[in-house]
Design a protein around this ligand. Structure first.
Ligand code: CAA
Length: 379
C-alpha cells in the first residue's frame, strides 16, 4: 500500500522544525549571510528543539530519527536558510561513519558528548586534488606504535573551524590506493591540526567552510572506524545517506523561492494588473511548483528506502541531483519574477539563488550524481 500522507509523528516533527526555522533562523538569516558567520548559540537552540543530531540513536543522546524524519526537518530548515541549516545537518553526515561502523565503545565515546553537548562534527574527505575523484586522496595516517600519525590537507570542510570532532579519511596503506583508505575519528583539539584557510563563499555564507592542515597529528589506532582499508567504502556509504539530506535541503530552498515568487507575482502590479495574470509569469510558477513537488517525492522515496535498510545509492543520487537542480532553477526563476528587486540584497530571493548553487556542488557534484545513476543503470 502507498500512502503519501504524513503520519502524526512526522507532522509533529514538521511543525516543530517549521516553528524553529521561521522563528529562530529566518529572522537572522540575512544578517549572518552578510557577516559570513554561523550564528553563535544556534546549535544549542537546535538541540533544545530536538533538531540537532537527530539521527544519533537515543541511547547515545540523540533523537533516534531515521532518514525520512531527518528529511522533513532538513526541508523546513532549508526553507529558512541553507547556510545555517547545513551547519546543523552536517553533523549527521560527519557522525554517520561512527553510527554505522563504530564499536559500542566508540559510539559511547564519540557520539554521546557531541549529542549531549550540542557540539559540531566535521567530515574530512575532500582534498585539493581529490574532489570528485575522492578515492585519490593523499593524506596519510601511518601506523606508529599504538597510534596513527596523520599528515596532509583537507579542504572545503564544513564546520571544520568549529567542530570538536572530525571523521578523517586518510591512507593508512598508501600503496593500496583507494583500498588503503581508512576512516578515523580525530578530536579537533589534537595537537597539529590547524585551520589554514577560511573560505569566502558565494552562498551559504552563514556556514563555516575551511581548509585544515594536519601535521604529525597523533591519534590512537583505537579510533579507527570499521576495518583498516575500508574507509573509501565507508565514505561512499555515508554519502548515500547524506545525499537525501541535501535533496531535502534543496526542496526547502526551492519551496521558499516558489512561495516568495508567488506572493510577489500576486502583489506586484504592472499595466494595471498583478503580474501573475500574465501567462509568461504564471507558467513559470506552474513549472516551479511541479518541480518542487517532484523533487520532494523523489527525496522522500530515497529517504524511505534508506530507512528500510535497502542500499539507496541510485535513488539518493537521483534525489540529490534532481532536487538541487530544481533549487537552482526555481530560485533563478524567482529572481526573474522579482526582476530588479529580486537582484537586490534588500530582498530574500537573491540569497536563495546564491545558496542554491552550492547544493549542486557539495556531497558530490551533480555530474558525479549522474555518473552514479548511470553506473547503477548499467549494473
Ligand atoms: N557504497 C559502498 N561501496 C561503494 C559505493 C557505495 N555507494 N559505491 C562504490 N562503492 C565501492 C565499489 O564497489 C568499489 O569497491 P571495490 O574497490 O571493492 O571494487 C569501491 O567502492 C570504489 O568504487 P568505484 O570504482 O565506483 O569508485 P570510483 O573512484 O570510480 O568513483 C565516485 C566513486 C562515485 C565517483 C566517488 O568518488 C564519489 O562519490 N565522488 C564524489 C565525492 C563526494 O561526494 N564528495 C563530497 C564531499 S563531502 C561534502 O561535500 C560534505 C559537505 O561539506 C557539506
Amino acid at each position: 500500500m502507498i500512502d503519501f500522507s504524513l503520519s502524526d509523528d512526522l507532522l509533529e516533527i514538521q511543525s516543530r522544525a517549521r516553528h524553529f526555522a521561521q522563528s529562530e533562523i529566518l529572522p537572522i538569516a540575512a544578517e549572518y549571510d552578510r557577516k559570513a558567520q554561523v550564528p553563535p548559540g544556534i546549535t544549542a537552540k537546535a538541540r533544545a528543539a530536538g533538531l540537532l543530531n537527530v539521527t544519533i540513536p537515543k541511547e547515545y543522546g540523540g533523537m533516534g530519527y531515521g532518514a525520512l524524519q531527518s528529511a522533513i526537518i532538513a526541508e523546513e530548515l532549508g526553507a529558512a536558510c541553507a547556510g545555517i541549516s547545513i551547519t546543523i545537518l552536517v553533523n549527521g553526515l560527519s557522525l554517520t561513519p561512527v553510527q554505522l561502523f563504530g564499536t559500542e565503545e566508540q559510539k559511547v565515546k564519540f557520539l554521546r558528548p557531541v549529542a549531549e553537548g550540542a557540539k559540531l562534527a566535521a567530515f574530512c574527505l575532500t582534498e585539493r586534488e581529490a574532489g570528485s575523484d575522492a578515492g585519490a586522496l593523499k593524506t596519510t595516517a601511518l601506523p606508529d606504535g599504538d597510534d596513527f600519525v596523520i599528515n596532509g590537507q583537507k579542504c572545503f570542510v564544513t564546520s571544520g573551524g568549529l567542530a570538536e570532532i572530525m571523521t578523517v579519511f586518510a591512507l593508512t596503506d598508501p600503496d593500496r590506493g583507494a583500498r588503503g583508505v581508512s576512516a578515523i575519528v580525530v578530536p579537533a583539539d589534537t595537537p597539529g591540526i590547524r585551520v589554514t584557510k577560511v573560505e569566502d563563499k558565494m552562498g551559504q555564507r552563514a556556514s563555516n567552510t575551511v581548509e585544515l592542515t594536519f601535521e604529525n597529528v597523533r591519534v590512537p589506532q583505537a579510533n579507527l572506524l570499521g576495518k583498516r582499508g575500508h574507509g573509501f567504502s565507508i565514505a561512499l556509504q555515508t554519502l548515500d545517506f547524506g545525499r537525501s539530506g541535501v535533496a531535502a535541503l534543496s526542496v526547502g530552498v526551492a519551496r521558499a523561492a516558489l512561495e516568495y515568487a508567488t506572493a510577489y507575482a500576486k502583489e506586484r502590479h504592472q499595466f494595471g494588473v498583478p503580474i501573475i495574470v500574465n501567462q509568461g509569469v504564471s507558467f513559470m510558477l506552474a513549472d516551479m511548483a511541479m518541480k518542487v513537488e517532484a523533487a520532494r517525492l523523489l527525496t522522500w522515496q530515497a529517504a524511505w528506502l534508506a530507512d528500510t535498510g535497502t542500499r539507496a545509492t541510485g535513488k539518493s543520487a537521483m534525489a540529490k541531483c534532481f532536487a538541487s537542480d530544481t533549487a537552482m532553477e526555481v530560485t533563478t526563476c524567482a529572481v526573474q519574477i522579482w526582476a530588479g528587486n529580486g537582484y537586490m540584497r534588500d530582498y530574500p530571493v537573491e540569497k536563495l539563488m546564491r545558496d542554491a548553487k552550492l547544493l549542486q556542488i557539495y556531497e558530490g557534484t551533480n555530474q558525479i550524481q549522474r555518473m552514479v545513476i548511470a553506473r547503477q543503470l548499467g549494473k
